[in-house]
Write a protein that binds this ligand. Structure first.
Ligand code: ADP
Length: 486
């Protein structure tokens, strides 16, 4: 590790403005997924430390919510500037613990910081309403108030941006937060805490609880009555569990869960653009994002041309150590992840898919790298049709009609992102409206931006992150009925 600011590398928990050991003094190891080397021993907190952080966040809430929105915004703005100033260090830490290529890591830091900038501005726009009274002497006023202490549970695939995307709107609204980062990538979270402290975010307003015992920390966050809201990004299975756990204390929830994104290319599309889009949307972060294309549907008339160009482009990807220049695909996060992708590819081949490229681990160094893989002639009997692949494997399905492809695209309990390419104006509208997804990219391979609402429908979750809607998830409406205005 070669950080300009060495103190961004932190291994302790961040509670009430201080970096502290776990009560037990226990630690857990963090590994570099490319080299397999241990890179840190991080404080292994549990329910006790979580309870303390929640109590401190509760105390801090009483003060933080009384700050003017302008004051909260100014502090957030400073946090944003520090993230940009130290983007190279933050990106390096991210690549070392997560594996994604440096260019993508820098992209994530900038993307993550953009939420802090955006919500620093939005803090001042938590407008309410006045409503014409329903009786002569009545006046009705609606105000928005911060919900309270928020528990945020975040994943390893975007170890930095998934934190800022939750914490920035929460803090802007006047809430305080206890974050539990993924046990696989706690270093990016702790580096954000260093910069939060430096930006002047007061003690207790933002806390980070690293742990190797996700379930016990999760249990405390979801059962503690002082926590009024849980925001989670991760698998649908864990999301469902947390929803059940939140029921007893009736917490508000935001859930950003799994996806099964269709990527549809119609006959009249610009094929080269569609190929470039499919590559970016499938292989980004080695296929480990919830908005990665999971199923690629190509209309019969252009299937052969698309396959030929797509395969050539996949073969041209540079796999290796994300810290090296020019690498486009790094290692997967852990052995389990590679093994699960191997099983999916085996299943597809056994059910008639043709392996057009990849299909194996990369030899030599970087044993967690899985080659960019394309499976032709895929069909809905294969597990890749129903399962979130979360790896660099692209199953390609051939279709004939718009009706047929829409039925296949919507045949999933997920509903996060969908993409399609074409030119016929009326069809673009029809398809965009018919796709049962929270986000639709039309002639675009990406939907993520600070200014638009990110989130899914069906089992992909609830709530929206980013945009003018993003703060609503951290605000309650209070309506006041003024009577006796004679
Ligand atoms: P992924 O498939 O992306 O690893 P997970 O849902 O397993 O998704 O992980 C997302 C986050 O949820 C991580 O921070 C992980 O530690 C956390 N997590 C996993 N299991 C639980 C649990 N039982 N309670 C609370 N958090 C959990």
């Amino acid at each position: 590790m070669n950080l300009a600011r060495t103190n961004l590398f932190q291994q302790k928990a961040y509670i009430n403005g201080e970096f502290v050991d776990a009560n037990s003094k226990k630690t857990f190891p963090v590994f570099n997924p490319y080299t397999g080397e241990e890179i840190a021993q991080v404080a292994d907190c549990g329910a006790e430390e979580t309870k303390l952080a929640i109590a401190k966040a509760g105390d801090a809430f009483k003060i933080w919510k009384t700050y003017t929105a302008t004051k909260r915004g100014k502090i957030l703005r400073r946090w944003y500037e520090l993230q940009l100033e130290h983007q190279k260090d933050l990106a390096q830490l991210l690549t070392i613990e997560q594996g994604k290529p440096m260019a993508e890591a820098v992209g994530e830091i900038r993307y993550g910081a953009s939420f802090v900038e955006w919500f620093a501005e939005e803090a001042r726009r938590a407008y309410g309403d006045t409503i014409p009274g329903h009786q002569k002497d009545k006046r009705i006023l609606v105000i928005k108030q911060a919900i309270g202490v928020v528990g945020a549970i975040t994943p390893w695939n975007f170890p930095s941006a998934m934190i800022t995307r939750k914490v920035a709107p929460a803090l802007a609204a006047g809430c305080t937060v206890v974050v539990k980062p993924s046990e696989l990538t706690p270093l990016s979270a702790l580096a954000l805490a260093v910069l939060a402290q430096e930006a002047g975010i007061p003690p207790g307003v933002f806390n980070v609880i690293p742990t190797n015992k996700a379930a016990s920390v999760g249990e405390e966050l979801t059962s503690n009555p002082m926590v009024r809201k849980i925001s989670f990004t991760g698998s649908t299975a864990v999301g469902k569990l947390l929803l059940r756990q939140c029921a007893d204390t009736v917490k508000k929830v935001s859930m950003e869960l799994g996806g099964n994104a269709p990527f549809i290319v119609f006959d009249d599309a610009d094929i080269d653009k569609a190929v470039a889009g499919a590559i970016a949307s499938k292989y980004r972060n080695a296929g480990q994002t919830c908005v990665c294309s999971n199923r690629i549907f190509i209309q019969a008339g252009i299937y052969d041309e698309f396959i030929q160009k797509f395969t050539a482009a996949a073969k041209a990807q540079k796999i290796g150590n994300g810290l090296e220049r020019g690498i486009t695909i790094g290692p997967m996060i852990e052995e389990k992840a590679v093994a699960s992708v191997e099983l999916l590819v085996e299943d597809a081949i056994a059910k008639g898919a043709s392996l057009l490229c990849g299909g194996q681990r990369h030899g030599g160094a970087g044993s967690l790298i899985y080659q960019p893989t394309i499976l032709g002639n895929a069909n809905p009997e294969m597990k890749v049709f129903h399962t979130e692949i979360f790896g660099p494997v692209a199953p390609v399905f051939k279709f004939k009609t718009e009706e047929e492809v829409l039925a296949m695209a919507n045949d999933t309990p997920y509903g996060l992102a969908a993409y399609f390419y074409g030119r016929d104006y009326a069809r673009l509208w029809r398809v965009a409206e018919a796709l049962e997804y929270g986000m639709v990219g039309i002639n675009s391979f990406t939907v993520s931006t600070t200014v638009a609402p990110f989130g899914g429908v069906k089992e992909s979750g609830m709530g929206r992150e980013g945009s003018k809607y993003g703060m609503d998830d951290y605000l309650e409406l209070k309506y006041m009925l003024w009577s006796g205005v004679e």
